[in-house]
Design a protein around this ligand. Structure first.
Ligand code: NAD
Length: 368
């Protein structure tokens, strides 16, 4: 019997609601497989700050250090509420970035997936969705502008100023490129390299290293795309993309656009992989506008569990079942509130019902 320790950081806003549904799914996976999961809950983000004065408290660090994998809900507060927390303890700066740094989770995989049969969820026309959207954004997660030195102050003209630095070394670029090329080799053998080398020197180095790495993957076709053009292309012809690789901030922005073309960020799970530790989280934030209403879509969190099964526990067959169970709930004509309007021919269900239906579907599936 395999035994895994999972740190469970439910987070803020809708985090606890969608985490609850993800844990229901994990329980069923335990029932169906020769595996036990030891869940280790810990507070992280704004809730942790209000409880302990620290957004990533030592007790949470200790739990994450011990864990085989970390399941993390979204963190954060509304713009107004966030002002109640000192800048350096606000959830991203105080918890998220330190966690990414601690575990060096440099490779962030964000699938953007919508089958043709669910084209009605997307704001794009059915002819643009074609046979379906199926791409993965590979985002460098521990470098670039988000991790560079930051400085705020008063300059010699007496004006408030800010300086943030965007820094990459070739090794940081090389390792994320290898991740992207390896993934592309397993899929359509097509890699879109997203950059801004017409303006940013960081992208000039990015592209140089990409070309060096490309030599090792001769069967992968590389297409270079400026990030601004890629934003348009994601709306006009998303089916041209399969694997897209990009630096940290570009990936943050374009992956939210990925959620937009699907119809909701609620369809965006992710995996953040480091050399020794990985954590899994929805790509979206804590959605304070809908928190506590049982209307959040837990697909992103349950999908993050599926990615954990794939990447941390080598349970590929059961991960596939989880994806199919979620798609099956939609295929049966159900929808969460983010994806459809009442009266649009689907049956509206809430967060808990979606989780329950995924669990029902999973239980009906043959065991791996
Ligand atoms: P958001 O991603 O929380 O929400 C954007 C929109 O998407 C909202 O209308 C929200 O209701 C909707 N949405 C998001 N997830 C959904 C889901 N699962 N189901 C249905 N609808 C969903 O972005 P925001 O409102 O700009 O940010 C809120 C907070 O989250 C901020 O404090 C921000 O800093 C934080 N944040 C955290 C993370 C993270 O934890 N990794 C990522 C992004 C933003």
């Amino acid at each position: 019997m395999k035994h895994y320790k999972i740190a469970v950081l439910a987070g803020d806003g809708i985090g606890p609601e969608i985490t609850k549904e993800a844990l229901k799914v994990l329980k069923v996976i335990e029932e169906r497989n020769d595996v036990t999961f030891e869940l280790m809950p810990a507070s992280f983000g704004a809730c942790a700050y209000f409880e302990t004065g620290n957004a990533f408290p030592q007790a949470t660090i200790d739990i994450c250090d011990q864990a085989d994998a970390i399941l993390k809900g979204p963190i954060g507060l509304s713009h107004e509420e966030a002002k109640k927390i000192p800048i350096d303890q606000q959830p991203e700066r105080g918890a998220l970035l330190p966690m990414r740094r601690r575990y060096n989770t440099y490779a962030n995989f964000r699938p953007v997936f919508l089958p043709k049969s669910l084209a009605h969820f997307s704001p794009l026309k059915p002819e643009i969705i074609g046979e379906g959207i199926d791409l993965i954004i590979v985002r460098e997660l521990v470098g670039g502008l988000y991790f560079g030195e930051k400085e705020m102050g008063i300059n010699d003209k007496g004006l408030r100023y800010v300086r943030e630095t965007l820094e990459y070394d070739e090794e940081q670029i090389r390792r994320i490129m290898h991740e992207a090329f390896k993934l592309a080799s397993k899929r359509r053998k097509l890699l879109h390299n997203i950059h801004k080398s017409n303006v940013l020197k960081s992208s000039v180095l990015w592209n140089e290293v990409m070309e060096e790495v490309a030599v090792e993957y001769p069967d992968v076709q590389v297409v270079n795309f400026l990030v601004d053009a890629a934003a348009t292309a994601l709306c006009l012809k998303p089916t041209q993309f399969d694997v897209m690789v990009m630096e940290n901030m570009f990936g943050d922005i374009l992956s939210d656009q990925g959620g937009g073309i699907l119809g909701s960020l609620g369809l965006m799970p992710s995996a953040c992989i480091g050399p020794d530790k990985a954590y899994y989280e929805p790509s979206h934030g804590s959605a304070p506008d809908i928190a506590g209403k049982n209307i959040a879509n837990p697909y992103s969190m349950i999908g993050s569990v599926a990615m954990m099964l794939e990447n941390s526990f080598d349970m590929m067959a059961e991960a596939k079942n989880v994806w199919e169970a979620m798609q099956g709930v939609f295929a049966d004509g159900y929808s969460t509130a983010d994806l459809s309007k009442p009266g649009s021919g689907v049956t509206m269900i809430g967060t808990e019902q979606f989780g329950d239906k995924v669990v029902e579907k999973l239980r009906e599936m043959p065991k791996a």
